[in-house]
Design a protein around this ligand. Structure first.
Ligand code: NAD
Length: 269
């Protein structure tokens, strides 16, 4: 029988749904295993699914995810809290099918110690500077592309394209495409300083490398995680060789979800 874990946020409604899920899954014969699950059921919103992903990212090859939402419709949450019986019935008949999406691989080298850290991101990673302009050279496939001046840069996955990326003017990308997108955050463009000024979407095999041109401290984020400001030598982004898998997914109506979330056309328009 499938081993399942429930990962809920602290919201009372999510806790209630998690308890109900636990009772019904156990009654249906599923084993609850928080350490080596086959399936992670996240209960909450997109932020909860992001946290669940990071909690189990070391074993992302072995687990599948299902998102149950207890608030507004999310992009990673396919099931509503009142559909639990239907979800459990689907899991009982589950044949291991999944849909997978690309993840962002982040390799960050710090200028102070020269050490390199690796991260996986599901939505995006950003590099920003507070207080003064960030100056950084951007390389695509190790070739200098531009010198960026502005607040920062955001590199996102296709599933992350509807998150921070969209807020900074990036394009929404269908999640079945393998691609990385780099969007600018408030770039300075005038007769002296010039960047492309529009988002860039690179091919699956291409890398994006950002090399800050200052000794000062930068804010680096990967999804919800941020770090203490620190001098950074470079960050190298690529599509990870591991992917996230969703079970019992209903992600096939992607554009309808985009429409519902961001446009919300009235029936009679
Ligand atoms: P949060 O709960 O404040 O989330 C922010 C919003 O982003 C929520 O409405 C959430 O539903 C939505 N969201 C998350 N992933 C999404 C996705 N893939 N597509 C569409 N909407 C999505 O913050 P959190 O829980 O810490 O989540 C972290 C995420 O918040 C980051 O990965 C980033 O994408 C997003 N964020 C957005 C902005 C912005 O739009 N200006 C700024 C910071 C962080």
């Amino acid at each position: 029988m499938m081993k399942v874990t429930i990962y809920a946020n602290s919201n009372p409604k999510s806790k209630k749904v998690a308890t109900e899920l636990h009772t019904k899954l156990t009654a249906a014969g599923f084993e609850i295993d928080d350490y080596a699950p086959d399936l992670v059921l996240s209960v909450g919103g997109d932020g909860t699914l992001l946290s669940a992903f990071h909690h189990y990212s070391d074993m992302v090859d072995q687990v599948r995810f299902v998102g149950v939402h207890t608030g507004h419709l999310g992009f990673y949450t396919d099931w509503r809290d009142y559909e639990i019986d239907q979800l459990i019935a689907g899991l009982k008949d589950d044949n291991g099918q999944s849909v997978t999406y690309p993840l962002l691989s982040v390799e960050i080298t710090y200028a102070d110690t020269g050490e390199t850290d690796h991260y996986l991101a599901l939505n995006e990673s950003t590099l920003k500077k507070l207080g003064s302009t960030m100056v950084a050279d951007v390389y695509i496939q190790d070739e200098l592309f531009e010198r960026f001046r502005g607040d920062g840069l955001c590199v996102s996955t296709p599933t992350g394209s509807t998150a921070y990326n969209k807020s900074v003017g990036g394009a929404v990308i269908h999640p079945r495409l393998d691609a990385l997108q780099m969007a600018e955050i408030a770039s300075i463009n005038n007769r002296v300083f010039r960047t492309l000024g529009s988002p860039v979407i690179v091919a699956p095999y291409e890398t994006i490398t950002i090399k800050p041109q200052q000794q000062s401290h930068f804010i680096f984020t990967a999804d919800q995680m941020d770090t203490q400001p620190r001098p950074i030598q470079q960050i190298r982004y690529s599509i990870a060789n591991r992917r996230i898998a969703f079970a019992q997914h209903r992600h096939n109506r992607f554009w309808q979800r985009v429409e519902t979330s961001f446009i919300g056309l009235e029936e009679d328009q």
